[in-house]
Design a protein around this ligand. Structure first.
Ligand code: SF4
Length: 179
């Protein structure tokens, strides 16, 4: 990976907080663009992933579209990274898992506080929800996991530069410890 690498990122069932943390690398983003070329990512709004060296996935897998995007990333990315608690273990979206999908939808759209015109959305364009939210490794093989909610910009920088430069990944314990 000594040459400029091609990098894609996507947010599945996530809040974009991990992507925002990515931007916390601040002015180092100028160094990053010397090292990488962006493929699909929210930064450039490219919608489909091409052949890439590294894919970074934020968010758990909560609907059929998430499954499709994740499999597409696995097919096209040599190295796939799960970033943040939602991708690593389901995180916040997986808090719906103790309940049935019906219970979640009814609480959100029928019985919840302040709801007017209760109706569960059923537009055919909406992706089908899965019964449970899954961490990404339950759907495809993941090469690296970077936990945190979100991992800090410094942690992402440490990880990514080591990966890009082909150095051993050596993230300090304090960078991935969240007690
Ligand atoms: Fe958002 Fe945290 Fe999930 Fe990242 S891990 S997508 S910051 S809730």
């Amino acid at each position: 990976m000594a040459e400029k690498i091609r990098l894609a990122t996507a947010s599945l069932a996530g809040c974009f907080g991990c992507h925002m943390s990515f931007l916390d690398i601040d002015e180092r983003i100028l160094q990053l663009v010397e090292l990488v070329e962006f493929d699909r990512s929210p930064i450039n709004d490219i919608k489909t992933v091409g052949e890439c060296d590294v894919g970074i996935i934020e968010g758990g897998v909560g609907n059929a579209e998430n499954v499709e995007v994740l499999r597409d990333f696995r097919r096209h990315c040599k190295v796939l990274v799960a970033i943040g608690a939602c991708a690593v273990n389901g995180g916040v979206p997986a808090m719906r898992n103790p309940f049935t999908l019906k219970e979640c939808l009814e609480e959100s759209y029928i019985h919840g506080k302040g709801i007017e015109n209760p109706q569960i959305p059923d537009d055919p364009e909406l992706p089908m929800l899965l019964d449970k939210v899954h961490p990404v490794h339950e759907v495809v093989k993941i090469d690296y996991f970077l936990p945190g909610c979100p991992p800090s910009g410094d942690t992402i920088w440490t990880f990514l530069t080591a990966l890009i430069e082909g150095r051993p990944i050596d993230v300090a314990y304090t960078q991935i410890q969240y007690d």
